[in-house]
Design a protein around this ligand. Structure first.
Ligand code: FAD
Length: 441
């Protein structure tokens, strides 16, 4: 039997309920106060705040609004810093490190409040998240983090020993884990649609299918070359996150500070609420510590499983990444061998060299980016913060202001080292006692 349903789509499952807008062919303004590049959560949140304050704002988007990660993600909302206090403290001191990592909590509070005010339904539910340990060593590290760091950062967390993890997930794969009750799930494309409608309502102009190809000038007088000609702007905001266009793109300074990495998701055919509910007894979002970094959940209707992960750090043909993800899914739920897949898609996330996001100004261009794979809460928050800074308001400051947005020698925005990194991560998993994923098809 084939693993693929007839007519399997290589587009996000989320687009069924919130399809991308068709190309509008709309004109771009000749002159604005602020030009934002990218119509995902960051750009639209920034545009909403600026337009609400009376600024003339245009948002340029290379594809349809939301073409990037913002309508492709797993819809898990919570915190997800990869950096640890002690690591950051080595460079910035403990106080600054705590301030940075506490922004995760602030971003969650901010974005949940924002969702309440948006039109439409983002289908948000506070579901809690279970973080499954891929090995006994991973479990020990999680338990240490829960004791030492989580309380300092204001994060509620419960250590879940292996014997009782069945409350959260019907698998023997994990060696216990953590339960994070403040986390939740939403429909990312419906959330994006609400944000887009709000930004437009406030007066922001969104110009779709219009890539920005060049910028020249300085704050006060930027000349922006794009798919419809030219626009002058006093300020420019880069909100393209993992879609930098590499070193040859229009933002080379930012590109050399971000590492774009593909993340892939598959959706199963509808399996029925009872079957899905039995696999996810707590209805939680699930994330794991294996290097392949599976993250999975029931869809918002509780009918299917959406299973995401790093099929590879490199871009693979869609069917190959779907096959690898299916193998990962079967390593968690071996009983799903006969369940077929209806969707498979990918998007790009942006990693930073220090593991924390950055929001500020580089060469006169504002930016908020580098969410390291966890931007559903952070991107709207930092987009709003950048807008507050452009407006000259003190509350635009963030804990990340103290962190240097680092580049690396020999890196210009095209990550040539990912195959080596992938190999290293696999070896690391083996050393840490993580079970290998068996190839099923
Ligand atoms: C598969 C996947 C799963 C994920 N799952 C989760 C999750 O469950 N929870 C979580 O917290 N985070 C998750 N993330 C991360 C999260 O989706 C992102 O961090 C967030 O959406 C970033 O928003 P953004 O607006 O900054 O960038 P994006 O939504 O990527 O938007 C950037 C936009 O900029 C446009 N652009 C770039 N350059 C130009 C240019 N020169 N001209 C015009 N337009 C340009 C792009 O076309 C793109 O539409 C996931 C990401 C992916 C890809």
């Amino acid at each position: 039997m084939s693993a693929w349903a007839d007519g399997m789509r290589e587009t996000p499952f989320w687009h069924e309920a919130a399809p991308p807008e068709p190309a509008s062919g709309s004109d771009a303004p000749d002159e604005v106060d602020v030009a934002v590049v990218g119509a995902g959560y960051t750009g639209l949140s920034c545009a909403l705040a600026l337009a609400s304050a009376g600024r003339r704002v245009v948002v340029f988007e290379a594809g349809a609004p939301g073409a990037g990660a913002s309508t492709r993600n797993g819809g898990m909302i919570g915190w997800g810093h990869r950096a640890k206090i002690e690591t950051l403290a080595k460079s910035y001191g403990r106080e600054a490190a705590v301030e940075m990592l506490s922004e995760a909590r602030n971003s969650l509070d901010f974005t949940l409040a924002m969702i309440e005010h948006l039109p439409g339904k983002a289908m948000y539910r506070r579901t809690g998240r279970f973080l499954g340990a891929g090995s006994a060593r991973h479990f020990d590290a999680l338990a240490r983090w829960a004791e030492a760091e989580a309380p300092v950062l204001g994060m509620e967390v419960e250590v879940v020993p292996r014997a009782v993890q069945g409350r959260h997930i019907a698998t023997d794969l994990y060696h216990g884990g953590l339960y994070l009750p403040q986390h939740g799930g939403l429909h990312p494309a419906l959330f994006h649609a609400g944000l887009l409608a709000s930004a437009r309502e406030a007066g922001a102009v969104v110009v779709d299918h219009c890539p920005v190809t060049a910028i020249a000038g300085a704050p006060g007088a930027w000349r922006i070359g794009h798919g419809r000609g030219e626009t002058w702007a006093s300020e420019v905001v880069y909100a393209g996150n993992g879609y930098t266009g590499g070193g040859a793109g229009p933002f080379p300074d930012i590109a050399r500070r971000l590492v774009p990495i593909p993340s892939t998701i598959i959706a199963t055919e509808p399996m029925g609420e009872n079957r899905v509910g039995a696999l996810f007894p707590g209805g939680n979002m699930i994330v794991e510590t294996r290097a392949t970094h599976g993250y999975f959940r029931p869809d918002p209707w509780g009918e299917r499983i959406l299973f995401g992960g790093r099929a590879s750090l490199n871009v693979l043909p869609e069917r190959e990444s779907a096959r690898r993800l299916r193998d990962m899914m079967l390593s968690v739920f071996p009983e799903l061998g006969e369940v077929r897949l209806t969707h498979s898609w990918k998007g790009f996330v942006a990693f930073t060299f220090d593991g924390v996001p950055h929001a500020g100004q580089l060469g006169g261009v504002w930016h908020a980016c580098g969410y390291n794979g966890s931007g559903v809460a952070m991107a709207p928050y930092l987009g709003w913060k950048i807008a507050r800074r452009i407006l000259g308001l003190e509350d635009g400051a963030t804990g990340f202001d103290k962190a240097e947005f680092r580049a690396q020698a020999l890196y210009r925005g095209n990550p040539w080292f990912l195959s080596v990194l992938e190999l290293w991560m696999k070896l690391q998993d083996r050393r840490e006692g993580v079970a290998a994923i068996r190839r099923r098809s």
